[in-house]
Design a protein around this ligand. Structure first.
Ligand SMILES: Cc1cc2nc3c(=O)[nH]c(=O)nc-3n(C[C@H](O)[C@H](O)[C@H](O)COP(=O)(O)O)c2cc1C
Length: 213
C-alpha cells in the first residue's frame, strides 16, 4: 500500500507540513509506504493546455506530457493507492504551488466526453488538508467552504471518496512580536497552538493510519 502526500505550502516545517508528516507517519505505522513531497523544492509550471493528454491516438493520452520536476510526482500520484493533498489557504484559494499541481494532476485525466469515464486510476482513498488563519465558523464568510467543496468533488471524480481535514486559526508565525499583527487575537492563537494543534496532529496520525487500511 502506497500513500503519497503533497505539500503545497512553501514552508516545509510549519502547519501544513506538520499535519502531512503526521498523516504519513500514521500510514507508515500500518506498514504502508508513505512519502511526503514538498512542491516548494520543485521547479514546475501549471497546465499549458497543449492537449497532448487528450489525443486518443497519441502516446501521452491520459498523461501530462510536460517534462519538469513535477513529472515524477505525477507518476507517483498515478501509482499511489492513497493520495493526500495539503495546502494553506492563500487569499481564500489553494496556494499557487498547489493550484499548478492540481491543474496538471487533474487535467491529464479529464475528458470532454460523457461516453467514457475519466482516465484516472481509481484509488483506495484520498484526502485534502487545508490550513488557514480564519476560524472554522468564519470559513463560509470568506468563501472557503465553496473552494473546499469544489476540490473535494474533483478528487472524488478522479480518484476516490475524499476526506477533508481542516486546521483553522493556525499560528502563522513563531514570533508575533516581530510583525504588525493587530487583526488577530494573538494570545488566543498561541493558546490554541499549545492546546488544540497537538490534538490535531494526533487526529492527522489517526487519519493516515485509517486511510491505508
Ligand atoms: C500569501 C498568503 C495569503 C494568505 N491568505 C489567507 C487567507 O485568505 N485566509 C486564511 O485564513 N489564511 C490566509 N493565510 C494564512 C495561512 O493560510 C495560514 O497561516 C496557514 O496555516 C499557513 O500554512 P503553513 O504554516 O503550512 O505555511 C495567508 C498566508 C499567506 C502567506
Amino acid at each position: 500500500m502506497k500513500l503519497l502526500a503533497i505539500n503545497g505550502s512553501p514552508r516545509k516545517a510549519m502547519n501544513t507540513a506538520a499535519i502531512l508528516k503526521k498523516i504519513t507517519a500514521g500510514a507508515a505505522s500500518r506498514g504502508a509506504e508513505a512519502e511526503l513531497v514538498h512542491l516548494r523544492d520543485l521547479v514546475f509550471k501549471g497546465c499549458i493546455s497543449c492537449f497532448h493528454c487528450k489525443d486518443p491516438k497519441g502516446k501521452s493520452y491520459g498523461r501530462c506530457v510536460i517534462r519538469d520536476d513535477l513529472t515524477p510526482v505525477l507518476r507517483k500520484a498515478h501509482e499511489a493507492d492513497v493520495l493526500v493533498l495539503g495546502t494553506p489557504f492563500y487569499f481564500s484559494m489553494e496556494t499557487a504551488f498547489m493550484r499548478a499541481c492540481m491543474e496538471r494532476l487533474w487535467f491529464q485525466y479529464h475528458l470532454y466526453t460523457t461516453k467514457k469515464p475519466p482516465l484516472s486510476p481509481r484509488k483506495k482513498a484520498a484526502a485534502l488538508v487545508y490550513t488557514m488563519n480564519v476560524r472554522e465558523e468564519d470559513m463560509e464568510a470568506y468563501g472557503k467552504n465553496a473552494i473546499v467543496a469544489r476540490s473535494k468533488g474533483l478528487m472524488e471524480r478522479f480518484f476516490a471518496p475524499c476526506e477533508v481535514f481542516l486546521c483553522c486559526d493556525t499560528r502563522q508565525v513563531k514570533d508575533y512580536s516581530k510583525y504588525e499583527f493587530d487583526v488577530f487575537d494573538v494570545p488566543g492563537k498561541l493558546k490554541r497552538h499549545e492546546e488544540v494543534f497537538p490534538k490535531e496532529l494526533e487526529q492527522a496520525f489517526a487519519l493516515g493510519a485509517r486511510l491505508v487500511v
